[in-house]
Ligand binder design. Structure first.
Ligand SMILES: [Zn+2]
Ligand SMILES: [Zn+2]
Length: 536
């Protein structure tokens, strides 16, 4: 059988592995690439997936970095079934609808922007996908029970097992029979933290021939849960004392509900001031909370019931109902806690809250999730002094808190423990869904502890697997990492600088008022250059 790594290879987003056996061609996950514009262009490279020839797709969980390209596949000819657990199907339904909306808006915005600048229609003349594609995708979702074996194609058997990552998330336990031999593959999907607030722990399948394991936190452990609640309480107390807001960028699914659950616990313990309301300002998060309440039997929430999540408009937790209510939060005086999406601040309403609050001393911005490289969230966590929002550099005066203990991902020791419970001589390990540094460190530890040297696939790499043996074909580097022509760009810049100097010799021909405008413009360009230099 052949496996092609179409995403989450030496990066955390875009999860997709295409497997070809004699009887079927199928994908495990089909996630969106998220980060900067260079990485996001991969979302449009649909030919790599050949969606029309995929027989079916197995979906580990509803997160967009695992499900976000499904509507694109459907738009481009995929017609098979998408197997996932029942809560995943319901969450994917609302998340893909939301994602389609974002894609359509982004596309409109980009084309308007290009037209205004008199530029020709941009190369991506179409939206990645739209609401109709998302709707068609939802019709293909086939709910499967945890622990029950399905046979989506002859010779392919699949069992979904608890991954403990988000509601509905599964580890895929796959057996492929070809030429009378069977090969056992396990895909961890995203692996949760044991003892997480809302979820049961991840299961351990029997030792596979090939283990494809995520490595998001391959380089570090999380802090304890007790600290986590304390850190959250500290951020709240800090902004309360300044009568300012606490902004919590949070993924709408799981993290928001986990934070709500934590806030309920803190409230019970007296860790939140009386007049500090909590607003959930994300239509998606509000809908997702409904799904969580429906599937309480998949959760472990010893302290509270479904009713605690469902707040009344006057209660401790309030869900904004429309855009007007969301905008009112910007002008509202006094302390409050605002949970809003997206978790990495690259889209959604949280960007408005940042624009209105980031520059105010006394505000807290609390990061409670992973921040991928290139995202605005990562820049803030890394100590950026300004952040570009809606075409404007906004100063960062707010206090930035990073709380690692909420992670929906296993930390380094937890990954090692889970891997160790399966590791036997002869088992192969492929590290996926992680950044290179984390993968390198984890690979070293796996080698040291279990004597297995992990394989770290690259984007578009192909591996032909026969039992425990594999032959790997590396993709051409020009395809995976097109070179940036820095020499050319630097040369252009030098030429422009020389032109500026030459034209300044005739500057007195221009009226003084206009000169002052040009001066301001040049100062702006210079400031941009300084910001650029600080990143080199
Ligand atoms: Zn996930
Ligand atoms: Zn993921």
């Amino acid at each position: 059988m052949k496996i092609t790594f179409l995403g989450a290879a030496q990066t955390v987003t875009g999860s997709c592995y295409v497997i070809e056996t004699p009887s079927a061609r199928f994908a495990v996950d089909c996630g969106m690439f998220q980060g900067n514009s260079a990485i996001e262009t991969r979302n449009f490279e649909t030919d790599n997936y050949r969606p029309e020839s995929l027989d079916f797709i197995l979906l580990t969980h509803a997160h967009i970095d695992h499900s976000g390209l499904l509507p694109r596949m459907v738009k481009k000819g995929f017609k098979g079934s998408i197997y996932c657990t029942a809560p995943t199907a319901e969450l994917a339904d609302i998340m893909l609808e939301d994602s389609a909306h974002i894609q359509e808006m982004e596309h409109d915005w980009k084309s308007r922007h290009n037209k205004r600048r008199g530029e020709p229609e941009e190369q991506n003349a179409e939206a990645l996908y739209g609401a109709e594609d998302a709707e068609e995708t939802t019709k293909l979702l086939r709910p499967v029970d945890f622990g029950k074996e399905i046979t989506p194609a002859p010779g392919v058997k699949v069992v979904f097992r608890y991954a403990g990552h988000i509601l509905g998330a599964a580890i895929l336990d796959i057996t492929v029979d070809e030429d009378g031999k069977s090969t056992h593959l396990v895909f961890s999907g995203d692996l949760g933290r044991p003892g997480a607030l809302l979820l049961p722990d991840a299961e351990t399948p029997s030792t596979p021939d090939w283990l494809f394991v995520e490595s998001t936190y391959g380089d570090r452990d999380h802090k304890g849960e007790a600290d986590t609640l304390k850190e959250l309480a500290e951020a709240i107390a800090y902004s309360y004392s300044h009568r300012e807001k606490v902004i919590i960028p949070a993924f709408a699914v799981e993290r928001t509900q986990e934070i709500l659950y934590s806030l309920l616990i803190l409230k019970k313990q007296g860790g939140i001031p009386e007049n500090m309301p909590v607003y959930v300002d994300s239509p998606l998060a509000s809908k997702a909370t409904q799904v969580f309440m429906k599937y309480m039997d998949h959760l472990s929430t010893p302290e509270f019931t479904a009713e605690d999540f469902a707040a009344t408009p006057d209660g401790f937790i309030r869900f904004t109902q429309d855009v007007k209510e969301s905008q009112e939060l910007n002008t509202m005086k006094g302390p409050a806690i605002i949970l809003s999406a997206s978790g990495m601040c690259n889209a959604g309403r949280v960007r408005h809250h940042l624009r209105h609050n980031l520059w105010k001393p006394g505000v807290s911005v609390v990061f409670v999730g992973y921040q991928a490289m290139g995202t605005p969230g990562r820049k803030l966590v890394d100590g950026a002094k300004t952040l570009r929002l809606f075409g404007e550099e906004v100063a960062v005066a707010a206090k930035i808190f990073t709380i690692n203990g909420f992670s929906a991902h296993a930390g380094q020791s937890q990954l090692l423990e889970w891997i160790g419970s399966m590791a036997r001589p002869g088992m192969n390990i492929a590290l996926v869904h992680g950044e290179p540094r984390a993968q390198e460190i984890l690979a070293g530890l796996i080698k040291e502890r279990f004597g297995i040297t992990p394989f770290i696939p690259e984007y578009l790499e192909e591996a032909t697997i026969e039992g425990t043996a594999a032959e790997v074909r590396a993709p051409s580097p020009t395809r995976t990492r097109p070179r940036v022509d820095w020499n050319f760009l630097a040369g252009e810049l030098e030429q422009r600088a020389a032109q500026v100097r030459a034209r300044l010799a005739r500057i007195d021909d221009i009226p003084w008022e206009e000169q002052t405008e040009l001066r301001d413009r040049l100062v702006e360009i210079e400031r941009d250059l300084v910001l650029f230099l600080s990143r080199l």
